[in-house]
Each structure stands twice: as structure tokens, then as C-alpha cells.
Ligand binder design. Sequence first.
Ligand code: BG6
Length: 489
Amino acid sequence: MISKINQACDLVIFGAKGDLTRRKLLPALYQLEKFNKLHKNTRIIGVGRADWNKNFFHSFVKESLEIFMKEKLNDYFLKKLFLRLDFCNLDVKNTNDFIKLQIILSQKNNTIINYFAVPPNLFSSICQGLSKNQLNLSPTRIVMEKPLGTSLKTSQKINNQVSKYFKEHQIFRIDHYLGKETILNLLSLRFSNILFFNNWNNKIIDHVQITVAEQVGIEGRWGYFDQSGQIRDMLQNHLLQILTIVTMSPPENLNANNIRKEKIKILQSLRHINDANFDKNVVLGQYSAGTLNGIEVPSYIDENGANKKSKTETFVAIKVNIDNKKWAGIPFYLRTGKRLPVKCSKIVIFFKKPIKNLFDNHNKILPSNKLVIKLQPNEGFTLQVLNKIPSLNSEYILDNIDLNFKYSDTIYKNNLSDSYERLLLESMKGIQTLFVSKKEIEESWKWIDLIIDAWNKKNEFPALYKSGTWGPDESEKIIQQDARIWHND
Ligand code: BG6
């Protein structure tokens, strides 16, 4: 049985020297130390082929934190963190080596959490090594990072390899968007406010837009990204996760199984996009050179290490329909891209207009009410409503006004934590709600595979867009064909 309290854990990081560990895991662990969130007996064991001792690992951790923490390090917390650190020199491809890890872990009776911060082709040998030393038995957990496959078939292969050694309740698959405070808040916004609870359906909502815009390019990750593209890198996981949380029916309660059950129903109701309807519903783009924040940036095919003939998409806009009773007839427009003008993730809910416009003498067209949920940055939300402009005139002249909530204006302004802090902590508590189930991954790949197949058959180049713009012109058409426009701030 998995316990739900903060317990003493041995967090074993495979890939301790890697980028993910340096950029995300170590800063998150430092913060958890600072906020006193780690159990006093919790240990952190880095694993790698390097012949390092504890002291060397300490210096590596310190140097990484100095580079990747946004604040000055505090000696007291750093020393506290160091007391938890150990390093195990081990070649994951050699199952005999795992005895060294077994010796370290057997010094305590802590719950073991194996974090796989390594490419998936190493998962299988790590699992074998762990199991050979009985380090896979419940309540031991594993935490896995994307990319978990590039298609249904390859993701099933990874899941099957891992599930030979670990049961589903031991497997924690990370989608870091699920650790964002604003994504979690979607549940409270939707299900605790009767105003939204009762109006969240096709009778009241006109359409929904989800935008995840990034300013960054591919940040030296050409090798990975060119095999992946924006569909696999962002749509298959982060955007589909957001879509499921925005549209799922109320779960029976907040248990992982019940939430996952509702999310899966949405994934299974996504209308298929295939050769027949691809052009009407999907636009792919690739960035060309341009200017961002006053700096000239190269085109995708001029990035370091690039293949000049690459057809990989760095932008996708897609119109999605959910074929169930609640959402019949309501389009969801999703777009995500690199080298866009701003970094911003948001959900915009457009409500329908009243059937009769009582104010049409002076307000021929009533704008629709909108709820703009800002996931990042400027976290919060804005509800746009119509309001009479105060005056002694007898006419009703209306104005669209914003009711604003910003975390930064409240006493909670310092409570927004990085998603890795939350996800590490939840994995230590053994709560799976914010992690993606095998079934969710498989259902999302089933849908994505059809889109990728249809695109490959076309054998075309993505439309070019200038860096610093909102994607190719074609992405406007996808929404304009329905007499709507993208919501850009
Ligand atoms: C990652 C993708 O999963 O998410 C990156 O691999 C992307 O390409 C990143 O830049 C975006 O995350 P965030 O939290 O900065 O929006």
C-alpha cells in the first residue's frame, strides 16, 4: 500500500549529471529544503558512471545551483541539503553494479523513489538492475520523464518494459504542466464555483482557445527536437492535458483514479483528424529568421547542428472537436509554437451571447463574455463582462470591463512554486493525481498518431513564419473560417 504522508524517502536520481537534474531537480530539492518540506531522514542519492565521491557530488550540486537558481544560495540550507546527499558510481547497463546501490539503500528503511532522468532506452536496463537486487518491490516507486515514446507503439514498448518490474501504482509519469499551480486551480475554479460549474457546457460556452506560446527556440536541443517536433513535444502531452482538465466532467472525488477516469473519457471522445479532414483542422509551421525582444534570431534550419532540409514543425494550430453530449458543436482551438512574440500560456473561454440584444439601439453588437485564465506568466484570471457606462443619459451604452485576479496582487504572491517542487513532493507522498496514467498516454498517442500519419502522407513542408510573429498566416484561417479570431493580448 502506498502511504499518503510525507515520509522518509531515498530519492535515487539516475542521470545525476544530466541537464534535467541540474536545471530542474536540484533547484526544486533546494527549495523543498528551504521550505522545510523534506522529511528529516530523506536522502538524495545521485547515480552515474562518474567516479565521484560524496564531496565531489556536493561541489557539482553547489555549482549547478549557482547557475540555475534564480536567487542567492543560503549556506544554512545548502549545508542541510548536503547532509542528505550521496553518490553511487554505477553503470546502469551492468546489472551487477546495482549491488552498490543496494548497499547504500539498505542502510535505512526509507521508501525508495527512483527518478529516471535519463533517455528511455536506458529504462529497461535500470529496471532489470533494480529488480535483480529486489529494489523494485512496493512501496518503491519510479518517476519517469518524457519523451515516453514517439508514437503509440513506441510508448507501449516503454510502458511494457517498465511494467514487467513495477505495478501501475508504483509508476509516476511526469507531465510538468500538471504541477503548475494554475493548472491545479482549474479544478477549483470549475468545480467549486456554481457560476462556472453550471455554465461549463455547450449551452453557454461558444468556443475555447488554448495557447501555449514560447519565445525560446529549440535551445541547443536540435537532435531531440527534430525527431519530435511541436506536436510530440507539446501537443501530445501539455496541451492535451490542459484540454482534458478544461473539459472533463466532475470526478466522483479528487482521487487519482477518478480524475484519470474522466480525463480518459475526453481523450476517447476526441474527433479523429485524418487524411480526409487534416487541411481544415491543422496548420503546421516552422520559424524563419526574425527579431525577438530586439535581438535577431536564426531560422530553425540555421540553428546549430540543423539539417537544412528539415520538415519538422515548430508551430501547430489545431481545431479539436469533442464528440460527447456536453461539448457537441463546440470547437476547441489549440496552438503552440516556438519563437512566438511572447511567452504565455492561457485558456480563453468565450461564452455565448444572449439570444435577444435588449440594448441594440446603442450597442449593435454585444461582445461575448470571456474568461481568460492566465496559466503563466502573470498568473491569475480575468472575467470580461459588459457594464453600463455611468451617465445621466437615458440610453444604455455598454462597456466591456475586466474583473481581474492576479496572484501577484494577493497575499499568496510568494506561494507559486515551480512544478518540479510539487511533483517531487507528491511522488514522495505517493499521490498519483498529478501524474499521467498509462491509459492516458496511450489514448493521447492514438489520436496524435493519426494526425502525424496524415501529415507524413502529404509530404509537404510546414508553412514558414517569421520569428517573433504569431505563426503562419494559415493559422489565422483555421479560426477565421468559423468567423472567429485568435485572442492575442
Ligand atoms: C517541455 C518541452 O516539455 O516544455 C520544451 O520539451 C518546452 O520544448 C517546455 O520549452 C515548456 O515548458 P514551460 O513550463 O516553460 O512552459
